[in-house]
Design a protein around this ligand. Sequence first.
Ligand SMILES: [Zn+2]
Length: 332
Amino acid sequence: MPDADPFASAAEAGIHRLAIPTPFAVGRVNVYLIEDDPLTLVDSGPNSGSSLDELERQIAAHGHRIEDLGLILISHQHIDHIGLVSILAKRSGAEVAALDRLVPLVEGYREAAGADDEWATELMTRNGIPPEVVTALASVSRGFRAWGARADVTQSLQDGEDLRLRDRTLRAVFRPGHSPTDTVFHDAERRILIAADHLLAHISSNPLMTRPLDGGPRPQALVTYLESLQKTRAMELDLVLPGHGDPITDHRAVIDSRLRLHRRRADKIRRLIAEAGPMSAHELAQRLWGDIAVTQAFLTLSEVIGHTDILQNEGSVREVEVDGVVRFEAVG
Ligand SMILES: [Zn+2]
């Protein structure tokens, strides 16, 4: 007997999962088609002809056309979620809604991506990633640039703002951490959360290090993420619809296991630093995961720095900078 469709209860609520191919290791991205008035799409898939074909085919399978879309919601700034927004909006005339702080990143996509890369290059260099890896990663990132595209946002949303559709109300709620613009869409009446990459069933979300958007200090992505998880944990939910993979029916169990994972990892990093420190974030990443594929170097670096942020806040580790490279050493 075939497995029951894990998205069946979403479909009963008029929310259809469309799985759109991406060029990234994470695999397909979940786009959600909400059959309501207006006909609504949450996220879009990356900017490619094959992704557009697939999206069009899957929308048609539910009896609709791209031209019928009336509203496109954007969950966050990553290119697998925003790439096709502009094309879809132009074809349909749909309104495009995004959280206020996400608007400049979507409308100024190229400039923002360029500034992100420059900032990431500096962060990687300061944290001990060898120059040839930094250069290789910068060119990988430029190679992916065209999978994203700018789009005009016609409706800027405030944190906590309600979007009223004919049959439901979706509240846009700010849940930063995986990215600095993560927005989840909450249907309180149906106890459904469209969560994008804020919470995934099969993998822990990467709290990626990101350029401060306000010119201030570097945001503590993992610390912020754990605070966001606690807020989501407190919500009464029956179904969480993620940006990749299967839905989540017990969000508290998933969140608790993520909280435990990060606590364990922070403790492990604290022990490594105490035993063999001072070490750079890159050296710590190698200790934890061995030789890292070039394309994973920024992810693993983000992961380590997220945890050294926790340890620094707790006062068990401090930064020492020698010749432009930051190393971590135990306190006491
Ligand atoms: Zn993402």
